[in-house]
Ligand binder design. Structure first.
Ligand code: SF4
Length: 689
């Protein structure tokens, strides 16, 4: 009663900043956020949060929010009514479809929006616009890991839970800056390492926080992880230290896989990766000695031309050593955005309907056609990498993009921006006026996570509910409401009155989530898919079989793809990634004064030896030049990087400093995830001004 009298509200939400999926209560008075209060009953974080979850919310009241629909008039945008914006969208999309066909339209959904909103976005694409041209930003990060797990184990999700990572006797982290990208998860690992004797191996170019604490820090040459992973696996097999019973009973393809490992000797691995042989042997010894091994990985693995194969090499290593399906074991690609997992789970991918049901399977298609009462497109859809090429080729003429600053987060940003210039019609739906919005014809004001209900799915397949903390500001609306308005203007007859109805429809049709309901997710309750019809969920996968032929996992032979080469003048390797304080491209957290004060701008990390050689001092202005573009920023001299390796955070308050002005259009061959991590640059020293 006291709380009510004071008009203070306490509302549960789920953090929007990373795939760990922390949940907490937010205390508000009017639109003022008083505090973030984590609860013991929060399944992932209990009473922990990181700086972003605790303090990173002031931007919801930022005056720069887009508060009403806008239409381009010449070079400017004019505020219009919702009706006028929707009429324009329907008229232009219909004209373009009529003239160029269904597949001339492409849709991009958002890993920041809810499961319900992602479900509606792919339903809009398939059931209303009759195209499979739908994707989301998991293409930019973890699509290779999803594909690797699907091909080796069956499910495209982490094989266990965050608690399993904490329980493992040995944790191996490959190409992930966990302390900054997944802070609360990293705290668990640090505690297990310090207090409970957990062993830790970190393979990363940078001496990041966990690499400094690790028992072994492997520093491979850029793009060579597949080689050392395969060599360690081969060494374990050659020395008889693999799980023979597990392989015999639960795995297919062992003999062929062993043959494929022939080139990966320790000598070859030492020569190619630069990792000393003793470290490779020690890694193998630690794996053999551990009763349980969990491997975490992120974009240092996936954002390469061979990202899917390197992710597969990790899965192979876990299968050969029997480290799947038991507590404390497993494969953990760490999802970046809060709802990367959910966007894929709910069908925002060109080849997959919700629940990873394939669009090219006639039986699957027939099921969804019955459920939705429409015929579905059979043409294969384009992923977001292919969409950019298709726009340049004049095949895609219109785009509807939700919550994604693709103009600077996709690789080779200049090429992407040139594509957006060519679109006949472009709808952008977002919270702030992004770089991408500059290219739009119509801008729709979206409400952020604090202003809506729905569910997010975190990195461990955990579905959690978020409740409305604040009312939508101005004329902004939750994305699901906007998508429904667009669909109905295009002739659909959707009547969803709440995210609950959308969720029930989606889970009712999707085999993977049959038993998931809002009631079973009430408050801080959560479910990890697959969820059986009786509501039983699956914290640990593969305890008694794999959803593959014969119930067995598959060892998949892999080959090494050398990284992208550039002319000799580009003599420095450019790595990029996250910062603890900022989220993704930075458009939210740079609008939080306290956080911006702490880290006000982007920078490039330069090693002490390179600084000495080139006369670079801390704080100097430098220009980085690649074959694709150039950016200016300040240098930070630090031994976190070494030799000729540089590091630039992916977030920047200024669009002209975006690291993707430097990256190329090269991509993982299996999934088209951009090879963001394969870039060489030239560094020009300017001065202190
Ligand atoms: Fe949010 Fe991730 Fe931080 Fe948790 S660890 S509070 S989910 S950013």
């Amino acid at each position: 009663a006291t709380l009510r009298e004071a008009r203070i509200q306490k509302t549960k939400t789920v953090c929007t900043y990373c795939g760990v999926g922390c949940s907490f209560d937010i205390w508000t008075k009017g639109r003022k956020i008083l505090k973030v209060e984590p609860q013991m009953e929060a399944p992932v974080n209990q009473i922990s949060t990181c700086v972003k979850g605790k303090f990173g919310w002031d931007w919801v009241n930022n005056p720069e929010r887009i508060l009403q629909p806008m239409i381009r008039r010449g070079d400017a945008f004019e505020p219009v009514t919702w009706d006028e914006a929707l009429d324009t969208i329907a008229r232009r999309l219909n004209e373009i479809r009529q003239q160029y066909g269904d597949d001339s339209i492409a849709l991009i959904s958002s890993s920041k929006t809810t499961n319900e909103e992602n479900y509606l976005m792919q339903k809009l694409a398939r059931a209303v616009l009759h195209t499979n041209n739908i994707d989301n930003c998991s293409r930019y990060c973890q699509a290779p890991a999803t594909e690797a797990m699907r091909r080796t184990m069956g499910y495209g999700g982490d094989s266990g839970s965050i608690t399993d990572i904490a329980k493992a006797e040995l944790v191996i982290i490959v190409g992930a800056n966990t302390a900054e990208s997944h802070p609360v998860l990293s705290t668990r690992i640090r505690r297990a390492h310090k207090k409970f004797g957990q062993k830790l191996i970190v393979a990363d170019l940078r001496k990041n926080d966990l690499a400094q604490r690790a028992d072994v820090h492997l520093h491979p040459r850029p793009g060579t992880d597949l080689i050392w992973l395969s060599a360690v696996t081969k060494h374990l097999i050659d020395t008889g230290r693999y799980d023979k019973a597990f392989v015999a009973q639960r795995v297919n393809g062992f003999d062929e896989y062993v043959k494929s490992l022939a080139p990966f000797t320790l000598e070859y691995a030492e020569k190619m990766t630069g990792i000393p042989r003793e470290q490779l042997e020690r890694t193998a010894d630690m794996i053999a000695a551990a009763g349980s091994v969990a491997i975490c990985w992120a974009m240092g693995v996936t954002q390469h031309k061979g990202g899917t194969d390197t992710s597969t090499a990790i899965c192979n290593l876990l299968l050969v050593t029997g480290n799947i399906g038991r507590p404390g074991t497993g494969a953990y690609p760490l999802r970046g955005h809060n709802n990367v997992q959910g966007a894929g789970d709910f069908g925002c991918a060109p080849a997959m309907l919700p629940g990873y049901e394939r669009v090219d399977d006639p039986q699957v298609r027939a099921k969804w056609e019955r459920a939705w009462g429409v015929s579905l497109p059979v043409n294969p859809g384009l992923d977001n990498h292919q969409m950019v090429d298709a726009i340049h080729e004049g095949k895609v003429r219109a785009m509807y993009l939700v919550g994604e600053d693709m103009a600077i987060v996709d690789s080779n940003a200049n090429y992407v921006q040139a594509a957006f210039e060519k679109l006949d019609f472009f709808v952008v739906q977002d919270v702030f006026f992004s770089k991408t919005a500059q290219f739009a014809d119509v801008i729709l004001p979206a409400a952020p996570s604090l202003e809506k209900e729905g569910t997010f799915t975190n990195t461990e397949r955990r579905i959690q509910r978020l409740y409305r903390v604040l009312d939508p500001l101005g004329e902004s609306k939750p994305d699901w409401e906007i998508i429904q308005l667009v669909a109905n203007r295009l002739g659909a007859n959707w009547n969803y009155t709440s995210p609950k109805e959308i969720f029930e429809e989606a889970c009712g049709i999707t085999e993977l989530m049959k038993g998931a309901t809002y009631e079973r997710l009430e408050g801080y309750r959560s479910l990890q898919w697959p969820v059986l019809p009786d509501g039983t969920d699956s914290p640990l996968l593969y305890t008694d079989g794999f959803p593959l032929p014969g119930g067995k996992a598959r060892l998949v032979p892999v080959t090494w793809t050398p990284p992208v080469t550039t002319p000799e003048e580009f003599d420095l390797h450019l790595n990029n990634g996250r910062l603890l304080e900022h989220f993704h491209e930075g458009n939210l957290t740079y609008r939080v004064p306290g956080i911006r004060q702490k880290v006000p701008s982007t920078f490039v990390e330069v090693s002490p030896e390179l600084a000495r050689e080139r006369g670079i001092e801390d704080g100097m202005l430098v220009r980085l030049v690649s074959p694709y573009g150039a950016v200016k920023m300040r240098a930070v001299v630090t031994d976190r990087v070494s030799g000729k390796e540089l590091y630039v955070p992916m977030n920047s308050p200024k669009d002209e400093e975006a690291v993707n002005l430097l990256t190329s259009s090269e991509a993982d061959t299996a999934t088209h995830t951009p090879a963001y991590k394969e870039m060489n640059v030239r560094l020009e020293v300017l001065d202190f001004k």
